[in-house]
Ligand binder design. Structure first.
Ligand code: 6R9
Length: 668
């Protein structure tokens, strides 16, 4: 944990006292296909929640039998513990993810829409039914098998937001392969590191991607990465734009050529509940991203249960999550939750600003979307663009979800009033890559909400507010501290790929017997949770999770850089922005060209989204006498709180502080 971010002794959860509580709008019930949500009111939630905590085996056993179709039933609901880091769920059970997401719905109704593809250009796109999806998934499963992919192998996916991405997820799971998706905004260096760490032998990509009218050279980036991945045997390329792309004979294969060779059915591989389903790399406190591993049954159950109760998904719904499949939000809520529940899911290729700021709302109106889910960063952009862009009635919308970062009260209200016309229920859902699915969240149509609060725990989640100094739980209401969970839950990550010790040290050994989230939180007088943001060195830029250490490592790769310290700074549009403080080795000229090079260095090492918004070149960084960089001081300076630096006399050279203050102020 970094120095001095959390104030356990801070006054009570202040904003809760003067915030309005919003009840589920009447219109929610009026437009509901069944006139009421799956859960009939807050009392039923409380009853179910109590059962989920007091009798978790009974609760989750029932839920798992209801929401998953099993090849073989399980006998043991749960084993292991948070102390031991050996949690396992639904042992002895066997199932297949693609069967659960596709076959069982296709058997019932092959003509039901599964994917609503909304292409980058308005008017471009198509609907894919469950029957078609089954055929595509099976063919691709054949292709992968013929390429030599076996049960337990990892397959790297570097794909834009196109239906084939969903097909690729499911084709992997059909043969028991483990998908490892790398967000297509990552650089070739990041892609290379993740391919190597996961030991992937096959990569699936496109010739190019399209986003917001711009072209992304995915295949070129893959080629660059593969120069240093000798173990990759094949690269399968879906033709998205038809551009000329470099080709390596034998290694590279066209998706369309391979797909036509195989039949449209292959039997799903029966997997154990605890077989890995996927890896997803995420940032932590250190420079090296972690391959978070999720397993089959527990993860799928978390996705289905939260889809059902948080979004109140019903059979006839059309679900639109604007997240990218390269992040956990896309995994769970573009792919697994809606498909587990057999409804249509939107695959949105473009951006909310292309061709104009109405694009989300046009999509919602056109497809009669019932649930819409997006990060506050997009809402801030759209709010700023002006209300006149929200021109449609969007009368089918029942639930509006927010995810990935705290949502400010004004943005929450704008979402509720302007987008939802006060006729939809806003749910601010808190969760993480590691939690697999929502952990603190209102239930759509059920939980009264307060703008800015993620409200109450989901089933099975028993939060603890912990004093970060003593490590003791702080009981009662009106308390602040760091957020941890006291009980394991089915969709929690099981390990970090090939680094179980790191998993233990990051999540389970920080406070013995608890899962540590890395976030600060308050619990108000009514037991509602308020997420404060990370207490470690993770920054959140436009809902993208980054570690300051990763950006620092990228900067240091530049030959001119002696030392670098990176901090997250509040930013009106992106939530947080990356600011870098860099000291330069002697003999290098300090000018704008150098700053540009440093930005490029970060883009190249990580990806464009990680580019620092500001780079301050300073003679030295504030350090303790033992040489530890005091990022806390830098954070205060960029926040304009230089009067609250506290005691700087313990620094090895206190005078650097004034120089840095001057440098920062001169750039404002
Ligand atoms: C789902 C996702 C996880 C971190 C998490 C927290 C922040 C997520 C939030 C939220 C406030 C919410 N976060 N949801 N903060 N309110 N509703 O974003 O996963 O990319 O792993 O990020 O995002 O800081 O610890 P991931």
């Amino acid at each position: 944990m970094s120095e001095g971010d959390v104030k356990p002794s801070a006054p009570v959860v202040a904003e809760a006292q003067n915030v309005d509580t919003y009840h589920v709008p009447k219109a929610f019930f009026e437009k509901h296909p069944n006139e009421k949500p799956h859960i009939d009111g807050l009392d039923q939630y409380k009853k179910m929640y109590k059962e989920s905590i007091e009798e978790p085996d009974k609760f989750w056993g029932n839920m798992a039998r209801e929401l998953i179709t099993w090849d073989r039933d399980f006998q043991t609901v749960h084993s292991g513990s948070l102390e031991g880091g050996d949690n396992a769920w639904f042992l002895e059970g066997r199932l297949n993810a693609s069967y659960n997401c596709v076959d069982r719905h296709a058997i019932k109704n092959p003509d039901k829409p599964a994917i609503i593809y909304e292409g980058d250009e308005a008017g471009e796109g198509r609907i894919i039914t469950y029957g078609e999806l089954l055929r595509e998934v099976c063919k691709l499963a054949w292709v992968l098998r013929e390429m030599g992919v076996r049960k337990g192998d990892t397959v790297a996916l570097y794909l834009p937001m196109i239906p084939e991405a969903v097909v690729a997820f499911l084709a992997c799971t059909r043969i028991g392969a483990v998908h490892s998706v790398i967000f297509a905004g990552f650089s070739s260096d990041s892609l290379r590191d993740r391919i190597i760490d996961a030991q992937s032998k096959v990569v699936i990509t496109t010739d190019e991607g399209k986003r917001g009218g711009k072209v992304i050279g995915t295949k070129k980036l893959v080629d660059e990465a593969l120069k240093q991945c000798p173990d990759v045997a094949h690269c399968l390329v879906f033709k998205r734009t038809g551009a000329e792309v470099p080709w390596t004979e034998k290694r590279d294969l066209w998706w369309h050529d391979e797909m036509e060779k195989y039949p449209s059915y292959i039997a799903p591989e029966s997997m154990s509940s605890e077989d890995p389903l996927f890896l997803l790399y995420t940032s932590g406190s250190t420079g090296k991203p972690k391959g978070v591993m999720h397993t089959t049954a527990g993860y799928l159950l978390g996705a289905a249960a939260t889809g059902k109760y948080v979004f109140d998904i019903h059979d006839s719904d059309r679900f639109f999550c604007g997240g990218d499949v390269g992040w956990i939000t896309g995994h769970t809520y573009v792919v697994y939750a809606p498909l587990m529940l057999g409804v249509a899911t939107v695959v949105f290729e473009g951006t909310p600003a292309y061709p104009d700021f109405s694009r989300y709302w046009d999509t919602v109106e056109k497809h009669k979307i019932t649930q819409f889910y997006v990060a506050p960063t997009a809402l801030r952009l759209l709010k700023r663009a002006g209300d006149h862009h929200v021109k449609h009635q969007m009368e089918h919308l029942r639930v509006l979800g927010s995810v990935g970062e705290p949502i400010a009260a004004e943005v929450w209200k704008w979402y509720f009033e302007i987008v939802g016309k006060e006729n939809a229920h806003v749910v601010d859902t808190y969760w993480q890559t590691e939690t697999g699915s929502h952990v603190i969240t209102p239930l759509g149509g059920v939980t009264p909400t307060k703008p800015g609060s993620a409200s109450l725990p989901f089933f099975g989640i028993e939060p603890a507010i912990v004093d970060p100094v003593s490590g003791k739980e702080i009981h009662g209401n009106d308390v602040e501290g760091v957020l941890a969970f006291k009980k394991p839950w089915p969709s929690m990550a099981r390990t970090v790929w090939r680094a179980h010790k790191r998993y233990m040290d990051t999540y389970l050994n920080v406070y013995k017997g608890l899962y540590f989230t890395g976030d600060g939180a308050g619990r108000d007088h009514e037991g509602y949770y308020w997420i404060r943001g990370r207490v470690d060195d993770v920054v959140n830029v436009s809902g993208h999770r980054l570690s300051t250490a990763e950006v620092e490592a990228a900067l240091i790769e530049h030959q001119a850089v002696a030392e670098a310290a990176v901090v997250g700074v509040h930013d009106e549009l992106t939530g947080q922005a990356v600011n870098a403080f860099v000291s330069i080795k002697e003999g290098n000229e300090v000018n704008d060209a150098l700053k540009k090079e440093l930005v490029l260095q970060v883009r190249k090492s990580i990806g464009p989204f990680a580019a620092p918004k500001m780079i301050y070149i300073v003679p030295d960084l504030p350090k303790t006498r033992s040489g530890k960089i005091m990022r806390r001081i830098l954070r205060k300076i960029v926040a304009g709180e230089e009067d609250q630096l506290g005691d700087t006399s313990t620094l090895s050279d206190p005078s650097v502080v004034d120089v840095i203050i001057e440098e920062v102020q001169s750039k404002k």
